[in-house]
Design a protein around this ligand. Structure first.
Ligand SMILES: *[C@@H]1O[C@H](CO)[C@@H](O)[C@H](O)[C@H]1NC(C)=O
Ligand SMILES: *[C@@H]1O[C@H](CO)[C@@H](O)[C@H](O)[C@H]1NC(C)=O
Ligand SMILES: *[C@@H]1O[C@H](CO)[C@@H](O)[C@H](O)[C@H]1NC(C)=O
Ligand SMILES: *[C@@H]1O[C@H](CO)[C@@H](O)[C@H](O)[C@H]1NC(C)=O
Ligand SMILES: *[C@@H]1O[C@H](CO)[C@@H](O)[C@H](O)[C@H]1NC(C)=O
Ligand SMILES: *[C@@H]1O[C@H](CO)[C@@H](O)[C@H](O)[C@H]1NC(C)=O
Length: 931
C-alpha cells in the first residue's frame, strides 16, 4: 500500500517542481504571445525573441525573472490579450488602461499576488465568469469605460479579496444588483459603479463600511429602495446617487463629517431633509432637484453650491421658511409611514385644507377634522404627531401594515369620535380613550392590548427609526432593518403606493407592476397638476418691456367667442410690469385659486377686461430648457378652440414663470358639482350638465384631432373644466404629448393625472393614448350624474371609488335613479337622457383602451341630447370648428415627421387607436363591458 502512495507523492512533487522551474520560461513564452497579439508592437518589445522580456518597456521582474508588473497604459494598443496572461503567477500590477484592447479579457483568477488591475477605457467584449476568483491580494480594480462588454453581473468571487480598497467599473455594462458582500472589504474606500444598469437596493452590508467615495449615479433603470444605510457610513466624503429610483427620506448624515459632495437629484426621495444636513461642516456641493422632497426648502450655508432648481414637493418656495403648523404635523405623520411617495404627490403646497386627499377639514376650511388613510398599504408607525391635530374627530388607519403602538397622545384628542386601526399589526397597550370614542382594533392586531410582545411599548420616534422605513425598500424584498417581506406583499405594496385609494379596483386590472419601474414610470410619477408648469426650468430670460402685447390680450379676451387668432406675429411675451399692474401687484384680493403648481390671480385691464394670471412656483418647474418652454408656449397659444381655455401669453421674470389665460368667471366644474352649497351656487340642472359634458367632449376631441394624438389632456378632471358666464365649459391646462428624446422639440412627455381619473393602463404602465382622456371623461360623466367625487373617502369603502361603484350600478338599470344626484329629480324624459349618458360613461371607462370609444363618439351621443333643448346660442354653434394659425399645421407636420422616433406611442397603442377608428369600436360597443 505504501509504495504506490509514495510514488504518487513523488510524482506530484516532481510535477510541482517542474511547474515552478518552468515559470520563467512560461513568462517568456507568454510575453512572446503578448507581443505578437498587440498592434502596434509596444516600443522595445519583440515578436520574435522574448529572452530579454524583463527589460522590455513597461515590464518589471523580480530577482528570479518573474514578471511582477506590466504597464502598457495609453499606447493606442489594439488586439486581443492572450489567455496565457493568467500564468504570470507573480504578477502584482497590470496596467492596460486607455488602449483599444478588445475580445475577451483573459481570466485573472487565482493570481494571488495581483494587487492592482487597470483595464479601463478599452474595448473588451467579455469578462470570463471566474475572472475575480482567488485574487487574494487585490487592492485596486479599475475598469471604467468598457462600453463594448457583454452585460455582466458583479461576482461575489470578489469577497476573496479582503484588501480591496478601490473598485471602479463605471460605464462597463454591469446589470443586476450590487451584491451584499461589503462586510468582506474592511478597507474599501472607493466604489464607482456609475453609468451601468444596476437595479435593486443598496446592500445592507454598506453599513459601517469605510467607503469614502460612493458613485452609483446614472443607472439605466435605476437603483431603488431607501438610502438609510448611508447614515452609518461615517467615512463618506463624496456620494453620487443622482439619476436612480431611490425612495424614502434622506437620512441623517451627521456622522459623515467629511461629506462634501452629495448628489441626490433625479430620484424619488420624499420627506423632510434632516436639519443636520444644513449644518454639515464640510458640505460644498449638493443637488436635490427632481425628487419628491417635502417640507421647507432647505437653507444651506453661503458657500454651498446647491442645485435645487427642479421639481420637488416643498411646502413653500422660499428657502428657510417653515411650513404651516398643520402641514408640519401632517408631514410628521407621513414620516411615521416612511414618507410614502403617494403622500408626497398628493399633499402639496402649504394648505392642508386646499383639497388634500385623505384629509378633510371643517367648514371654515382651516382645521383638519378627518384623516382617512385606510387601505393604503402603508408600513411604519402611527405618529404621535396626530395629537397635534386637536380638532380631529375621525381617524381611519385600518387595513395597512402598521406596527408599533397606538401612541398615548391620541387619547388626548378631545374631539375624537372614531378611531379605526383594524387590520394592522400594532402592539402595546391600548391607551385609555374616552367612552365617546368608537375604537376599532379588530380584526387584525393580534398582539395589541396584550402587552405581551417584547419590545413594544414606548412610541418610537417617527421617521427616524430605520425599522419603520417604507416597506418594499431594500434589495431582495428585505427592509433595511432586516424585516422579511414576501415578494407578493411587496407587489401589493408597490401597487398601493402607485395608486392611491383604488387598490381593490386596479388589482382586478392586473397591473404590471414591473413596468412601472421603467423610464416612463420615472417621469410619470412626477405628477404636477399643471399642463405647462412642468415644462419650465430656471433661467432668467427677461420679459419684454412695454405694452405692445396688452392690446392683443384685450382683443383676445374681450369675451367674443369667435376663436379668431390674434397673435399673428407669434408674440406672446407679456411684461411683468403689465402683469403687476393688472393684478394690483399680485394682491391677495385677486387670488382666484391655488394649487400644487402655484397661485392664479385675476387681472383686470384698464377697460375692464379680465384675465387669469398663473404664477408658478419655482418648485413646480421642470427641467426643460428655455427654448423648449417658449416653443411649447408658442404652440399652445395658437391652439384655439371654443371649448379650450385660451393661453394668451407668458412672462419669464427671474425664476418665475407666469402664464396668462383667458378669464372664466364662473369658476370650475368641481366647485359647481361638489361645493355648490358652500359657495352659494344653485345646483346644476341636467341640461347644464349635459351641455358642459358636450363642451368638454368637443374640446378634447379637438385636442385629439391635432397632430394625431399628440395633444392629450394631462389631467382631465372637473377642476380643470372652467365655466364662462353662460355656464358653457372650456377645458383648461391641456398640453402636448410627444416623446422626442433627441428631437428638436422635446415637448413635455411627463404626464400628470389625478387619482380617480387615471385609466388603468396609464396608472400601471404610464401608457398614453387618447383613450386615457376618454377614460377620464367617463369618470367626469359619472361625477356629473351622481354629484359624487371620483374618489370619496367619506363614504364606505365599497362606494369610495366612483367608477367601480357606478359600473356596478349600471348592471341593474333600476338602481340608477337612486344613484344619481338627488338634486336632479328627473322626469321621465330626463331619465332617458340620463340613461344614455350613463351608458356612455360605462363605455368610456371600459377596462381595455380599445373597448373605449373615441371622443368623437362621445360628441355624437351627447350632441342630440343637448339638441333637444335647442342651442341657446345659434351663432356659437355655427362657429364651431377648427381655426388654426398658419404656423401650427407646419409645426405639427414637422412634429409628425419625427413621429417615427417616438417611443410614447408604442406599436400596440397605435394599433389600438387604429382599430378603434376603423370600426373595432363598433364591435365592442354592444359588448357587455359595462356590466
Ligand atoms: C470595439 O469593438 C467593437 C466590437 O467588437 C468594434 O465594432 C469596434 O470597432 C471596436 N472599437 C475600437 C475603437 O476598437
Ligand atoms: C437593464 O437590466 C434589465 C434587467 O435587470 C433589463 O431588462 C434591461 O433591458 C437592461 N437595460 C439595458 C439598456 O440593458
Ligand atoms: C458640484 O457637483 C457638480 C455635479 O456633480 C460638479 O459638476 C461640480 O464640479 C461640483 N462642484 C464642486 C465644487 O465640487
Ligand atoms: C405638536 O405640539 C407640541 C405641543 O404643542 C409642539 O411642541 C410641537 O412642535 C407640535 N408638533 C408639530 C409637528 O406641530
Ligand atoms: C406582527 O408583529 C409581530 C411582533 O412585532 C411579529 O412577530 C409578526 O411577524 C408581525 N406579523 C406580520 C404579519 O407582520
Ligand atoms: C430594529 O431592528 C434591530 C435589528 O433587527 C433591533 O435590534 C432593534 O431593536 C430594532 N429597533 C426598534 C426600535 O424596534
Amino acid at each position: 500500500m505504501a509504495d504506490p502512495l509514495l510514488s504518487f507523492f513523488l510524482l506530484l512533487l516532481s510535477l510541482l517542481l517542474s511547474t515552478t522551474t518552468t515559470t520563467t520560461a512560461d513568462d517568456a513564452a507568454t510575453f512572446l504571445k503578448l507581443a505578437s497579439a498587440l498592434t502596434p508592437t509596444p516600443k522595445g518589445w519583440s515578436t520574435t525573441n522574448s529572452n530579454d522580456y524583463c527589460n522590455w518597456n513597461g515590464v518589471k521582474c523580480d530577482s528570479s525573472n518573474n514578471v511582477i508588473s506590466i504597464n502598457l497604459a495609453t499606447q493606442s494598443l489594439s488586439g486581443i490579450l492572450p489567455s496565457e496572461l493568467s500564468t504570470l503567477s507573480q504578477l502584482q500590477s497590470l496596467s492596460l488602461q486607455e488602449n483599444k484592447l478588445s475580445g475577451a479579457l483573459p481570466s485573472l483568477a487565482n493570481l494571488a499576488s495581483l494587487r492592482e488591475i487597470y483595464i479601463g477605457t478599452n474595448n473588451f467584449t467579455s469578462i470570463p465568469q471566474d475572472c475575480f476568483k482567488g485574487l487574494t491580494s487585490l487592492q485596486t480594480m479599475s475598469m471604467n469605460e468598457n462600453i463594448n462588454l457583454e452585460s455582466w453581473v458583479i461576482s461575489t468571487d470578489l469577497t476573496e479579496s479582503p484588501s480591496l480598497t478601490t473598485f471602479e467599473a463605471s460605464n462597463a455594462k454591469i446589470f443586476g444588483t450590487i451584491p451584499d458582500m461589503f462586510a468582506s472589504f474592511p478597507s474599501l474606500q472607493n466604489l464607482r459603479l456609475s453609468y451601468n444598469n444596476l437595479t435593486g437596493g443598496l446592500p445592507p452590508s454598506f453599513a459601517n463600511s469605510e467607503i469614502q467615495n460612493l458613485w452609483l449615479n446614472n443607472q439605466e433603470m435605476g437603483l431603488s429602495g431607501n438610502i438609510e444605510v448611508l447614515s452609518s457610513m461615517e467615512q463618506l466624503s463624496q456620494v453620487w446617487l443622482q439619476k436612480n429610483q431611490f425612495t424614502g427620506p434622506v437620512p441623517d448624515l451627521s456622522k459623515s463629517k467629511n461629506l462634501f459632495d452629495l448628489q441626490l437629484r433625479d430620484n424619488q426621495f420624499t420627506g423632510i431633509l434632516p436639519v443636520s444636513l444644513h449644518s454639515l461642516p464640510g458640505l460644498l456641493n449638493i443637488s436635490l432637484s427632481n425628487n419628491k422632497l417635502q417640507g421647507p426648502v432647505p437653507q444651506f450655508g453661503k458657500d454651498v453650491i446647491v442645485d435645487n432648481s427642479g421639481l420637488n414637493n416643498f411646502c413653500v418656495d422660499t428657502a428657510g421658511v417653515a411650513c404651516d403648523p398643520q402641514v408640519t404635523t401632517l408631514l410628521e405623520i407621513a414620516g411615521g409611514f416612511g414618507y410614502p411617495v403617494t403622500l408626497s404627490d398628493s399633499w402639496k403646497g402649504n394648505d392642508a385644507c386646499s383639497g388634500w386627499p385623505f384629509v378633510f377639514c371643517d367648514s371654515s376650511k382651516k382645521t383638519v377634522t378627518t384623516v382617512s388613510l385606510g387601505k393604503q398599504h402603508f408600513g411604519g408607525i402611527i405618529s404621535p404627531a396626530f395629537a397635534n391635530l386637536t380638532a380631529l374627530t375621525t381617524l381611519k388607519l385600518n387595513d395597512n401594515n402598521l406596527s408599533g403602538p397606538i401612541p398615548d397622545s391620541l387619547a388626548k384628542l378631545s374631539q375624537l369620535s372614531l378611531l379605526d386601526v383594524s387590520n394592522n399589526n400594532l402592539t402595546g397597550k391600548i391607551p385609555s380613550f374616552a367612552t365617546s370614542v368608537k375604537l376599532t382594533t379588530t380584526p387584525g392586531n393580534p398582539f395589541l392590548g396584550s402587552g405581551g410582545v417584547p419590545g413594544s411599548g414606548g412610541a418610537p420616534s417617527p421617521g427616524s427609526d430605520s425599522n419603520t422605513t417604507a416597506p418594499g425598500d431594500g434589495p431582495n424584498g428585505k427592509g433595511i432593518g432586516g424585516k422579511k417581506v414576501s415578494p407578493g406583499l411587496i407587489a401589493g405594496i408597490v401597487v398601493g403606493l402607485v395608486i392611491v385609494g383604488v387598490i381593490g379596483v386596479f388589482l382586478l386590472f392586473k397591473i404590471n407592476i414591473k413596468k412601472k419601474r421603467g423610464k416612463s414610470g420615472r417621469v410619470n410619477d412626477q405628477e404636477n397638476g399643471d399642463g405647462i408648469s412642468a415644462l419650465v426650468t430656471n433661467g432668467s430670460s427677461g420679459c419684454t418691456k412695454g405694452y405692445g402685447v396688452l392690446s392683443e390680450i384685450q382683443s383676445q379676451s374681450s369675451g367674443n367667442h369667435s376663436g379668431r387668432n390674434i397673435f399673428e406675429g407669434g408674440n406672446n411675451v407679456i411684461s411683468i410690469e403689465v402683469l403687476r399692474q393688472v393684478t394690483d401687484n399680485f394682491s391677495e384680493n385677486n387670488i382666484l385659486g391655488k394649487g400644487g403648481f402655484g397661485v392664479v390671480y385675476k387681472g383686470e385691464l384698464h377697460d375692464g377686461t379680465k384675465i387669469a394670471v398663473k404664477r408658478m412656483e419655482a418648485g413646480a418647474m421642470g427641467t426643460k430648457g428655455m427654448n423648449e418652454f417658449q416653443a411649447e408656449i408658442a404652440v399652445l397659444t395658437k391652439v384655439r378652440h371654443r371649448h379650450l381655455v385660451a393661453l394668451l401669453g407668458y412672462c419669464i421674470n427671474g425664476n418665475e414663470r407666469l402664464l396668462v389665460y383667458e378669464y372664466m368667471p364662473q369658476g370650475n366644474l368641481a366647485q359647481h358639482l361638489f361645493e355648490w352649497q358652500e359657495l352659494g351656487y344653485p345646483p346644476l340642472t341636467w341640461k347644464q350638465r349635459v351641455t358642459i359634458a358636450l363642451d368638454v367632449a368637443r374640446g378634447v376631441e379637438y385636442l385629439h384631432s391635432l397632430a394625431q394624438q399628440s395633444f392629450i389632456h394631462r389631467d382631465l378632471k372637473p377642476s380643470n373644466i372652467l365655466l364662462g358666464d353662460d355656464m358653457r365649459a372650456k377645458v383648461a391646462d391641456f398640453g402636448l404629448v410627444k416623446n422626442a428624446p433627441d428631437g428638436n422639440y422635446s415637448m413635455e412627455t411627463r404626464l400628470a393625472g389625478t387619482f380617480g381619473y387615471l385609466a388603468p393602463e396609464y396608472a400601471a404602465t404610464g401608457r398614453v393614448t387618447t383613450k386615457v382622456d376618454v377614460y377620464a371623461f367617463g369618470v367626469i360623466l359619472m361625477e356629473i350624474m351622481t354629484g359624487r367625487k371620483a374618489l370619496d373617502d367619506t363614504v364606505p369603502d365599497e362606494r369610495a371609488h366612483l367608477v367601480t361603484w357606478f359600473r356596478r350600478v349600471l348592471v341593474n338599470k333600476d338602481s340608477l335613479p337612486k344613484a344619481i344626484d338627488q338634486t336632479l329629480n328627473p322626469d321621465e324624459e330626463t331619465l332617458v337622457s340620463i340613461f344614455k349618458v350613463a351608458e356612455l360613461a360605462g363605455h368610456c371607462t371600459a377596462r381595455e383602451p380599445y373597448q373605449r370609444p373615441d371622443m368623437g363618439h362621445a360628441v355624437n351621443v351627447l350632441g342630440p341630447l343637448v339638441e333637444q333643448w335647442k342651442p341657446t346660442n345659434h351663432e356659437e354653434e355655427s362657429t364651431s370648428g377648427i381655426d388654426l394659425h398658419m404656423s401650427l399645421p407646419q409645426f405639427l407636420q414637422r412634429w409628425q415627421a419625427d413621429e417615427g422616433t417616438s417611443t410614447m406611442f408604442n406599436d400596440r397603442s397605435h394599433s389600438q387607436i387604429q382599430s378603434s377608428i376603423s370600426g373595432g369600436f363598433t364591435d365592442t360597443f354592444t359588448s357587455n363591458d359595462c356590466r
